[in-house]
Design a protein around this ligand. Structure first.
Ligand code: R1P
Ligand code: URA
Length: 296
């Protein structure tokens, strides 16, 4: 898309009404959203929509696909990786969709519990794992900081568990707290010789401080936090966003195994209807798609 004139430094919106990074505008995104990291995953999932209505790739790497599933509007948004991308997605989507938003993150993770590659994890809660930059100069405190737990929407999480079991996705469905790290390497306890990360003791420290910790990934805590904070500038309204998270185990950190590309694709295909069904069975019907959006 050619970059159109932006009309405000506070909330940049292009002259044709699109947000600056995600590049969607009112009427293009449904109130029920599945967000994934990998755009390829979004395209595989989109094949199981009943009708495609809209698709847009932004110049910053966000891909939005909107369609109908069981007669209801549903969007899939691929956001890439990490906290900032989740922040862009949630805030800019909130700007363009009216009414309640229900968001399921469907991602991958590394298991730090008994779950193996091919299992499914549903996040009851998430916590942040952040590199403590000052520690690397002062050696005071700890090299990584853990936040307190942020809950997922319990009803939506329950729907995800039920649908994963009904659709027989994975060998096991495990529930617990998910650690949302600010990197894939240092802050997830991956060790190596090139950088000073002081992270050999990180995973045991997480397991000790958060007894229900089951997995590590990179976006869920930001999603749950922003959902809880979607109460308006004065914190005076009930949250307008509900969120939950289902993760496929790609890395087994204790067994040191990583999923094959073939198995990860099979699992995405198998899990898609479970995620879609959890969303359409759960959320209140408030559908604000623009009537002018035709099928693509
Ligand atoms: C790292 O490989 C990426 O995979 C996980 C992490 O959260 C991070 O984004 O999730 P996705 O598979 O959804 O991208
Ligand atoms: N995604 C992550 O963030 N970590 C893993 O170990 C696997 C997937």
């Amino acid at each position: 898309m050619a970059i159109k004139q932006m009309d405000s430094a506070n909330k940049p919106i292009s002259s044709d009404g699109r947000t600056y990074h995600v590049e969607t505008r009112p009427g293009e995104v449904a109130n029920r959203i599945v967000t994934v990291g990998d755009p390829q995953r979004a395209r595989i999932m989109a094949q199981q929509l009943d009708l495609l209505l809209f698709e847009h790739s932004s110049h910053r790497g966000f891909l939005t696909i909107t369609g109908l599933y069981r007669g209801l509007p549903l969007s899939i948004v691929a956001i890439g990786m990490g906290l900032s991308m989740m922040d862009f997605f949630v805030r800019e989507t909130r700007m363009v969709v009216q009414g309640p938003l229900t968001i399921v993150r469907f991602g991958s993770c590394g298991s730090i519990c008994d779950a193996k590659t091919g299992d499914v994890i549903i996040a009851d809660s998430a916590f942040g794992i952040n590199r403590n930059y000052d520690y690397f100069d002062t050696h005071t405190g700890t090299p990584y900081r853990l936040s307190s737990l942020e809950a997922s929407d319990s009803m939506l999480a329950e729907h995800l568990v039920q649908q994963m079991q009904e659709h027989r996705v994975g060998r096991e469905v495990v529930r617990g707290a998910v650690g949302n790290a600010d990197s894939f390497y240092g802050s997830q306890g991956r060790t190596g010789d090139d950088f000073y990360d002081d992270n050999d003791a990180l995973i045991p420290a997480i397991q000790e401080k958060v007894p229900g910790a089951v997995a590590l990934e990179m976006e869920s805590h930001m999603l749950f936090h922003l959902a809880r904070m979607s109460t308006g500038r004065l914190n005076a309204r009930p949250p307008s966003i509900r969120a939950a998270c289902a993760l496929l185990v790609f890395a087994d950190r204790s067994g040191n195994a990583f999923i094959s590309p073939e198995m990860s694709t099979q699992m995405v295909v198998a899990a898609t209807k479970a995620v879609f069904d959890a969303l359409v069975n759960d959320s209140p019907t408030q559908d604000g798609l623009h009537p002018s959006i035709g099928s693509v």
